[in-house]
Design a protein around this ligand. Structure first.
Ligand SMILES: Nc1nc2c(ncn2[C@@H]2O[C@H](COP(=O)(O)O[C@H]3[C@@H](O)[C@H](n4cnc5c(=O)[nH]c(N)nc54)O[C@@H]3COP(=O)(O)O)[C@@H](O)[C@H]2O)c(=O)[nH]1
Length: 940
């Protein structure tokens, strides 16, 4: 118990600020409690004092009023008045008796008026005696103080009235004689007499007011305290005898004032006493102040607790800080020891790890080596001299040798001998210098086969770095090689024929040029184009075309040596490179090349068997020699191409050598193209019109044929510039210009009776027909020029129809819908297919002039002409024979049907004006005359 007391007191000593704060708080609360009680008492005393003062004031006023009432009563009961009434009752007249009585009363009243004083002032202003009828019998004092109310005579008891307007106190008392009211006495005093009872404050301001019950301020007279006057009705309504704060009244001047209303007993008056709080409670504390004082003490206490807490925390932190410093020092010591221990252990562990890793590595290496050795790839292990020590299963099965056969052998056993000794020396040098080698190697098996392998030779070294063994692994690259070969093949060989393609050919030509420089010998290039291949391809289909190309490739290849190159250059073009003809003489080289060319031509003598078709096909061959000086491959190819073109124009199925004169032709052709382009731009090309007649020789119309009047060269033949236009695309602007000219011509002719019924046939090339906008362009031109579309005929060649025939038919249908007619030109020269012929919306077939030319001498041509006439009849088409020059040709054709005709016999192509003259003069009977008379002045 004692010990715990000691502990408690120690802990208190430690917490002295808290104890001091608690003691302070307790004493403060005690003091504040006492203060509060005393302040409350003081306030109550002040209140009581105020109440008693108020009551005293009210009593004083009441006393004054009571005195006035009693005074009036005394006067009413005076002997003089009693005598008066007695004499009156006795019938005494005024003159002889009553007058004396009244004079006595008056004397009394006057004496009272003069003598009665209140606080040094005359108590009464007026005294009056009224008889029962209210008639004044005696009236002394200021008559102005009298009021009518004094006349009332129904009084039974004394009373006091306040006339606040006139500020008068009127007391009345009845005159009772023999128990009967015979009159009354009234006294009038000034209300100001009470002013002395209403006190003012130290500054002379009123602090007491006499209020009527309606709230009028009766006193003080000055009524200076306007706020009280303004608030009088509220103040008069205050509960009596209780001190009220005026803070809730709407009067700022009365803020801070307290009021007490004390009623004057028996009257409607009350005394209002105002006192400021300071005045009343000055020197005392308000409960709020006491409360805040207490609160302040409590806050101080709380702060003291907070301070104490902080002080304790700081002390605790200080202790902890010291503690932690001590721990840290200990920890640092321990850490040092620990890290030394860790380092020691780490070193041991690393050592162990190294040992274990080395063990793992050697184990895994062993495993890998074992696995690798038994892998799919062939492996051998040799000693440093290359003697095989062991071979894995894969190697045994790859080479076909048994393991026993391989051991103690060297790699020479399965070398393919495709590499020379130099190669092997280099390989072993690399192994010795770098410890390894790798590269492609052909391996020969026991059965003599060669397999492509990727050989990797690795040197195995011992701990001291000396080579102990070599490991050779043979990775199978046959698939890789195969893919590589395939890529090579795709890149350099034509997939259809298996021949070298253009890329490889050019490479070989380049090699040949280099080699020929060294040997100064000649080579040759043969450019071979299959005649009419396109027609076959388009008519019988690509499949047949492909078959022909493959067979042709074989036939050409059989005509040359293996050292020569036969390449497919593209489409139906082949190029043969005779790299080295083994001669330094051009003539000998030309003879050799010609022999090979003839051989190739001979190889095409027999028709090709394409499925069930026997298809005759001939080549056109262009040859150029490659001299030791030649360098430009493009130039060489161009030369061979030109020679081939020459062979074609010479009638196909032939061979032509490049002639330097051809170069001139090439240049001329280029110049022609440039001129044509320019003249087309300037619209310098014209149309001539060749008559077309019916079977009776009546003029039907004309074929419009292009004419080019060249500024320097004169009129150039269409057979010269049309192929140039076709090959350069100029045929499109040319065709458009010819269409425009023909349409304008038609429109003009339509206004002349001699020509209005004539038709105009225009030639439209395949390229034009392939244009997407062709139909729209023709329509637009017809509309623009006003030409009658029913008089316009389009001549198409068979080549137009062989590709994309559906598109051509659709276009023809659309043009036919507006009235344009169609004629199939050169019919019989190509591979006309009856199947599409039936589908074409044609109006006419044209027998080519090549058949007409020999129709009388060549039974084949005659048969073809007859067949075309019969075919036209069966298809319901008109037929026109062109190139009719003689009456005999005409007669022959005429006997086979009703044909139309075109040819020199009826008229040559003429300029428009000449044609119009001809049309006007034309009559069937004058036909032959006209034939001779009409001159094609085109090329004159
Ligand atoms: N795409 C276009 N081709 C056109 C156009 N204008 C002409 N051509 C074609 O050019 C080729 C050569 O034409 P041309 O030299 O005008 O020869 C024509 C006639 O003059 C000629 N002919 C007519 N009758 C006879 C005759 O009795 N004997 C004879 N030796 N020749 C004759 O035939 C050519 C008309 O042939 P064709 O068109 O096949 O009816 C020629 O192929 C023209 O088609 C053009 O504007 N666009």
């Amino acid at each position: 118990m004692v010990a715990s007391l000691i502990r408690f007191s120690r802990s208190l000593a430690l917490r002295w600020p808290l104890v001091a704060a608690a003691a302070f708080l307790l004493s403060m609360l005690f003091l504040i409690g006492n203060l509060y009680t005393s302040q409350v008492e003081l306030r109550q005393n002040a209140d009581a004092r105020l109440v008693s003062i108020g009551e005293a004031r009210a009593t004083e006023i009441n006393d004054f009023l009571t005195e006035r009432r009693q005074a009036a009563a005394r006067l009413a009961a005076s002997e003089d008045i009693s005598n008066y009434f007695s004499n009156l009752d006795l019938g005494m007249s005024i003159k002889y008796g009553l007058f004396a009585n009244l004079a006595a009363i008056e004397l009394r009243f006057q004496a009272t008026l003069d003598q009665e004083k209140y606080q040094g002032q005359a108590t009464y202003l007026r005294l009056a005696f009224f008889d029962r009828d209210g008639a004044p019998q005696v009236d002394v004092g200021s008559s102005s103080a009298a009021t009518s109310s004094l006349a009332r005579n129904n009084l039974t008891e004394p009373s006091v009235q306040i006339d606040d307007k006139r500020r008068l106190i009127m007391a009345s008392a009845p005159v009772i004689q023999k128990a009967k009211t015979r009159g009354k006495v009234e006294t009038v005093s000034s209300l100001n007499l009470l002013s002395s009872l209403v006190s003012t404050n130290d500054l002379g301001q009123p602090r007491e007011f006499l209020l009527g019950d309606d709230g009028e301020v009766l006193l003080p007279i000055e009524r200076e305290h306007s706020a009280v006057v303004a608030q009088a009705s509220s103040l008069a309504a205050l509960p009596s005898g209780r001190i009220q704060a005026l803070s809730n009244l709407n009067a700022p001047e009365l803020k801070g004032y307290l009021a007490l209303r004390s009623p004057v007993a028996g009257t409607r008056l009350s005394v209002l006493r105002l006192a400021s709080e300071d005045e009343l409670y000055g020197g005392t504390l308000s409960p709020a102040s006491v409360f805040y004082l207490g609160l302040f003490a409590i806050v101080l206490f709380v702060l003291a607790i907070g301070f104490e807490r902080m002080r304790q925390n700081a002390a605790r932190l200080q202790i902890k800080f010291v503690e932690s410093n001590r721990h840290r020092a200990e920890l640092a010591e321990n850490n040092l020891a620990l890290s030394q221990e860790i380092r020691r252990r780490e070193a041991i562990e690393a050592d162990l790890h190294r040992q274990s890793e080395a063990l793992d590595k050697s184990n895994s290496e062993l495993r890998i080596a074992a696995a690798a050795f038994n892998a799919q790839e062939g492996m051998i292990v040799t000693d440093t001299k290359g003697v095989i020590l062991s071979a894995n299963r894969a190697f045994v099965s790859l080479t076909g040798y048994t393991a026993e056969e391989l051991v103690r052998q060297t790699a020479r056993l399965f070398r393919s001998h495709r590499r020379d000794a130099e190669f092997y020396r280099g390989m072993w040098n690399s192994v010795r210098l770098t410890g390894g080698w790798q590269g492609e190697m052909s391996l020969r098996t026991k059965s003599g086969e060669h397999c492509a392998r990727w050989l990797t030779i690795s040197a195995v070294k011992n701990e001291t770095g000396d080579v102990t063994n070599y490991i050779g692994s043979y990775y199978d690259i046959s698939k890789l090689k195969h893919a590589e070969e395939k890529i090579q093949e795709l890149a350099y060989f034509d997939q259809l024929t298996g021949l070298p393609n253009r890329v490889l050919l050019i490479d070989r030509v380049r090699q040949a040029l280099n080699a020929n420089v060294r040997s100064s010998s000649y080579g040759a290039l043969l450019f071979i184009d299959l005649d009419n291949f396109k027609t076959l391809n388009d008519s019988l289909g690509h499949h047949m075309g492909d078959m022909l190309l493959k067979s042709a490739a074989q036939r050409i290849s059989h005509c040359v040596r293996t050292d020569d190159t036969v390449a497919r250059f593209g489409g139906d073009e082949f190029v043969v490179l005779l790299a080295n003809l083994g001669t330094q003489k051009a003539k000998a080289a030309a003879l050799q090349t010609e022999a090979i060319g003839e051989k190739i031509l001979g190889a095409f003598t027999n028709a090709f068997q394409l499925d069930t078709y026997e298809y005759p096909c001939t080549p056109s061959i262009g040859v150029t020699l490659i001299s030791p000086e030649d360098r430009n491959i493009d130039e060489l190819l161009k030369r061979a191409d030109l020679a081939m073109y020459d062979a074609k124009t010479a009638g196909r199925n032939g061979l032509r050598f490049f002639d330097p004169a051809m170069q001139t032709m090439i240049t001329a052709r280029a110049a022609l193209e440039a001129d044509l382009r320019e003249d087309l731009k300037q619209e310098r090309l014209l149309l001539h019109y060749q008559p077309q007649v019916d079977h009776e020789g009546r003029l039907l119309g004309a074929e419009a044929l292009a004419r080019w009047p060249h500024a320097q060269k004169g009129m150039i033949s269409p057979s010269e510039f049309i192929p140039v236009a076709e090959s350069t695309g100029l045929i499109l602007p040319l065709g458009a210009l010819m269409l425009k000219t023909a349409c304008h011509q038609l429109a003009r002719w339509s206004t002349d009776p001699a020509t209005e019924r004539l038709t105009v046939a225009i030639n439209v090339s395949a390229l034009q027909m392939r244009q997407k906008t062709f139909v729209e362009e023709v329509r637009a031109m017809v509309e623009q020029t006003g030409a009658n579309p029913h008089r316009l005929k389009i001549e198409l060649t068979e080549s137009t129809l062989v590709s994309n025939v559906d598109d051509v038919i659709a276009k023809m249908d659309r043009l036919k819908a507006i009235g344009i007619g169609f004629s199939l030109d050169d019919f019989g020269t190509g591979y006309s297919s009856l199947s599409y012929l039936k589908r074409l919306p044609l109006d006419q077939l044209k027998i080519d002039r090549s058949f007409v030319k020999d129709v009388l001498v060549d039974p084949n041509d005659a048969a073809i002409a007859q067949m075309i006439i019969a075919l036209s009849k069966s298809l319901g088409l008109a037929v026109i024979a062109e190139g009719v020059e003689t009456e005999e040709q005409y007669a022959f054709l005429a006997q086979h049907g009703q044909l139309n005709y075109q040819g020199y016999l009826f008229g040559r192509p003429l300029p428009p004006a000449d044609f119009e003259s001809l049309a006007r003069a034309f009559s069937p009977r004058r036909r032959s005359k006209q034939v001779h008379g009409s001159v094609d002045r085109t090329y004159a």
